[in-house]
Design a protein around this ligand. Structure first.
Ligand code: TRP
Ligand code: SF4
Length: 329
């Protein structure tokens, strides 16, 4: 029996952070043993909002490949590829754009939110409106069964199902309807207690180590009520404590009690966290070292993935053109 297909993508926004790791990539690493997995770098999707300045794209793509490898994705087990290398995604996107009603796109919550938020950039474009249509092509071209994503991407998977249904209704059954695999959202805040996000500059990158990592941890925001070491603290509002909950499960109870009692200082508490984070990141840094020492691995990984992805999309597109009766070549 053939294995179920899992597919997900990441936009190349540069180095992955530990929020990306806990929220998505660690899940992908688990899935690669059980499913036929496709993980790709969505560089065309990045263009929808960042088309004016593409100068750092190449470096960002390489960075993401290195991070995915470092995080534990194994190119012998899963297919890691680059969206823009597989031109059929664009062809299917175009065909989907013929059948996707405009109101579906206009009422997409991510579209409305981003338009409201990013008024400084010109994203009133055809490409940005069509973002979910491209995402549907990414997913359906591999006939994915499951799409592991965070909550924010669920409307896109939902629209993918609607597009699949509409295509199948008009042209006959070609696509399965994929389901989102919700990544359990772990509550890891940024260094300042807000949501961890590159745009806030409050992230810990997966590659951070040594002095860089130590400084980030030591500069973290804590409970502002703790001025002196014996002031009683409120761990529930302290981002450092939120990290202990995840990276230092064994000592969580003790730290909570000591903090409330004013029995530990924040400096010691952070040093402890730094040690736990370093240990957690160590195997990731080890694999990262492997690829840094041998940078041709980056191309090799992508090319291997592109090659496998290329074979699948050739088959799917032949089927699509036939179903649409446009296979007149
Ligand atoms: N839109 C996704 C994000 O911003 C990235 C993405 C593009 C994607 N195509 C996809 C995710 C297909 C899952 C499946 O994170
Ligand atoms: Fe936060 Fe630790 Fe300081 Fe308590 S002791 S406020 S948990 S850093």
């Amino acid at each position: 029996m053939s294995r179920k297909v899992v597919l997900s993508g990441a936009r190349p926004t540069g180095a992955l952070h530990i929020g990306n790791y806990l929220g998505a990539v660690s899940n992908w690493v688990r899935l690669q043993d059980e499913y036929d997995c496709y993980f790709f770098i969505a560089d065309w999707h990045a263009l929808t909002t960042g088309y004016e300045d593409t100068s750092d794209y190449k470096a960002n793509i390489d960075e993401v490949v290195m991070d995915l490898y470092a995080a534990g994705l194994d190119p012998d087990k899963c297919c890691i590829f680059l969206q823009s290398a597989i031109k059929e995604h664009a062809e299917l996107h175009l065909l989907f754009s013929m059948i996707t009603p405009l109101p579906w796109l206009e009422r997409c919550p991510t579209y409305k939110d981003q338009l409201a938020q990013m008024d400084e950039k010109n994203i009133r474009t055809y490409g940005f409106l069509g973002y979910p249509c491209l995402q549907a092509a990414d997913i359906l071209i591999y006939k994915a069964d499951y799409v592991p994503v965070g909550e924010d991407q669920v409307p896109h998977v939902e629209m993918t199902r609607e597009i699949a249904r509409r295509f199948n209704f008009i042209f006959g059954p070609v696509f399965p309807e994929p389901e989102p695999l919700l990544t359990e959202s772990k509550v890891l805040p940024g260094l300042d207690g807000r949501k961890m996000s590159k745009s806030y500059g409050n992230t810990i990158a997966l590659r951070d180590k040594g002095e860089v990592l130590r400084k980030k941890v030591m500069d973290m925001v804590t409970d502002p009520a703790r001025i002196r070491k014996d002031d009683p603290g409120h761990p529930e509002i302290c981002p450092v404590f939120a990290y202990h909950r995840i990276f230092n499960k064994d000592e969580t109870g003790q730290i909570e009690a000591d903090c409330r009692a004013g029995a530990i200082g924040c400096v010691a508490c952070k040093k402890n966290l730094y040690n736990k984070l370093s240990a957690f990141l160590e195997p990731i840094h080890k694999r990262r070292g492997e690829i840094e020492a041998n940078p041709s691995m980056i191309r090799d990984i992508i090319e291997k993935g592109n090659c496998k992805a290329g074979k699948i999309v050739t088959e799917t597109m032949a089927e699509v053109r036939k179903a649409m009766k446009i296979d007149w070549e």
